[in-house]
Design a protein around this ligand. Structure first.
Ligand code: ZN
Length: 69
């Protein structure tokens, strides 16, 4: 929904770091920034906010809390 904002921004400088855009990595200045943006995208799409890695990893504190149901 921020099409205009995005376009204006991307057309001039890297949306990640603000450096001049490199044609090879449009609309970013480097592969690194492209990766960063991609990561943001992916985490925004796939990741559930507020949770990263708990529970299903079998990583519960042993004996500190007895809250099993
Ligand atoms: Zn950049």
């Amino acid at each position: 929904m921020n099409e205009i904002d995005r376009k204006t921004f991307a057309a001039r400088s890297c949306p990640i770091c603000g450096k001049p855009v490199e044609p090879a990595f449009k609309p970013f200045c480097s592969k690194r920034c492209a990766d960063i943006d991609l990561n943001r995208w992916l985490s925004g799409v796939y990741a559930v906010p507020a949770k990263e890695d708990e529970d299903e990893d079998g990583n519960r504190p042993a004996g500190s809390e007895t809250d099993e149901k």
